[in-house]
Structure formats: C-alpha cells, structure tokens
Design a protein. Structure first.
Length: 305
C-alpha cells in the first residue's frame, strides 16, 4: 500500500505530481543527503510522493500554520492504531443513522465539538478526519474567529476510516519533523543539499474566486510579497526552491503581479483541474505557475535538442 494524502485538501497536488517532478532540478537525483522542506504542507501529496520516489532524501521537515492539521500529521505518525480505533467508532455511529437530517445533526454536533478546541489530540484528529469526509466538497475553511464553518456535505457512506492509508502514511512519516507556525522558521532546518517546495494559499484570480481561508490569518498580497522575500533568503543561503501559485497573468486583465514579483526567477506553467467552484460552468483546467531558482529542470533532460 503506497502512502498518500490522508485528507482531502483544496489545491492538492496529486494530479500535478508528474508535472512537478518534471520541473525538479535536473541533477536532483545526484544530490546526496537531501533535506526536503515543505513550509505549507497542506494535504501533503508532494511530500508523500517525494519521500517514496527519491531515496536520496534523508531529512524532511514539514510545517503549517494550521495547528489542527499538524496535529493530524503527528497523530498519524505516532498513534495510528489508536486513531484507527477512534475513527472506526465514529464511522459506525454515522453509518447507523437512518436519514439525511440525522446525519446532518450528527455532523453539526461534531463540528461544534471540534470548534471548542478542548479535545485531546486523538479525538481532535478523529473529528478533523470526520468533518473532512462529511463536509461539503471536503473543504477546510474557517471564519475570522478561527472556527470551522463548512456546511454538511450529504454523503451517505463516506470512507471516514482508511486503515491501510493511515498505516502506510505513519510508516513514511517516522523520520519527518513536523512544525507548527510561521513558515519562516523552516529556514533554520535547511542544511547542505536542501530543496524547498512552497505551496502557499493561492492568490485569487478574481474578487469572487478567493479560497485561501485555511486559517484566520489572511494571505493577501502583502503576505505574498513577504513570501517572495523569504524565497530571496533561501536563494541567498544557497538552497533551491520551487513554488506553486495561481497564474494571474492567464486572466483577461493579464495581471502581472507574479510576473513582476518573481522577475529574477524562472516561471514555468502547469495545468491543473480545479473543481471547487460551486458553479459547474466555472470548473475545469486552469494554468498555475511554478517558480524556481534553478535553470535546468528534469524536463530539460527529456526535451529534444
């Protein structure tokens, strides 16, 4: 059983893995004793892929400002059996409910409990998994008070407990250091051959398309500029980085925000299918940018001269 993301996450990178792999440094597989760092880990699709694909990664550090999310990673890593036992119990209770209305009321009570922030790590992670599987579209969104507020999703028998994935993920996470807080703390963990992969909250393509409410702290243009300055520090320290974000230039207004912000770096494009929009007509393939501070990529090796 391969390790894979144990939660649904908006903007997850599972579908983009091959394109991201192609944009890794051309000589990445020749690096020795690699340190791999994800300052915005989210669902972890790239993390799980990199650790299973590149055996030269000997140290991995992940971080997120969302403490509920990083608690999930720690519980999956350290207490998989206890988590599975707890998830099986809540799954059985949910499946036993006879109607949509009963399931909705059960969901709302669990959401209220989650928002009290008074549970122990196992229970908190159980609630996180349950809400992630039963809320609308598997979204994670909080209001300005930091309270999870995604509505009920009306799924009859969602897979709340997936023991195989939890055990596989737990094994892979054993040597991963898990941090909680501001992403800038990750630079202190870089050493030698280090690759950073940044997957921050995306800049919205329009005033109505914003979905970066993963935490109560807004990730606005000032935050995007602060992240770029951090990338400059990574560059100055001699480390490599790649960074994903929305392609604002691929809009009717041809917004040059990222074109200008990352002018001294290289910007490639990848294609992603995004299905978060409530309007089905606005779902589909979108271009995203992939910024990096190295010239030659894996893709260069396969391109015809």
């Amino acid at each position: 059983m391969k390790a894979k993301p144990f939660i649904k996450w908006v903007g997850g990178k599972t579908q983009l893995i091959e394109q991201l792999e192609a944009l890794l440094p051309a000589d990445f597989d020749t690096w020795e004793n690699v340190t791999y760092i994800e300052p915005f880990v989210g669902g972890g699709a790239m993390l799980f892929y990199m650790l299973q694909t590149h055996s030269n990664i000997t140290s991995a550090i992940i971080n997120d400002i969302n403490s509920d999310l990083t608690t999930c990673y720690k519980v999956v890593r350290d207490c998989p059996s206890k988590l599975i036992e707890s998830l099986e119990k809540i799954q059985q209770k949910y499946y036993a409910l006879a109607s949509d209305e009963e399931r909705k009321q059960f969901f709302l009570l669990r959401r209220d409990e989650f928002n009290t922030k008074s549970s122990d790590p196992i229970r908190n992670t159980t609630l996180f998994f349950f809400l992630n599987r039963t809320c609308f579209n598997g979204l994670y969104r909080v209001n300005k008070a930091g309270l999870f507020n995604v509505p009920f999703g009306r799924y009859e028998t969602p897979m709340i407990c997936d023991p195989n994935t939890i055990y596989a993920d737990s094994e892979l996470l054993q040597n991963v250091e898990i941090l909680t807080g501001d992403y800038q703390q990750t630079l202190a963990h870089a050493k030698g051959n280090t690759l950073f992969y940044f997957d921050p909250p995306y800049r919205p393509l329009s005033n109505t398309s914003s979905f970066n409410d993963y935490s109560k702290e807004a990730f606005n243009d000032i935050a995007q500029q602060r992240l770029k300055e951090f990338c400059d520090r990574v560059e100055q320290a001699g480390y490599k980085f790649m960074l994903s974000n929305s392609d604002c230039f691929n809009t009717p207004l041809k917004d040059r925000f990222f074109e200008d912000l990352y002018l001294e770096y290289i910007i490639d494009r990848v294609w992603a299918s995004r299905n978060v929009n409530a309007n089905p007509n606005k779902r589909g393939k979108l271009r995203e940018i992939l910024v990096h501070n190295y010239k030659r990529t894996q893709r260069n090796l396969t391109e015809k001269v």
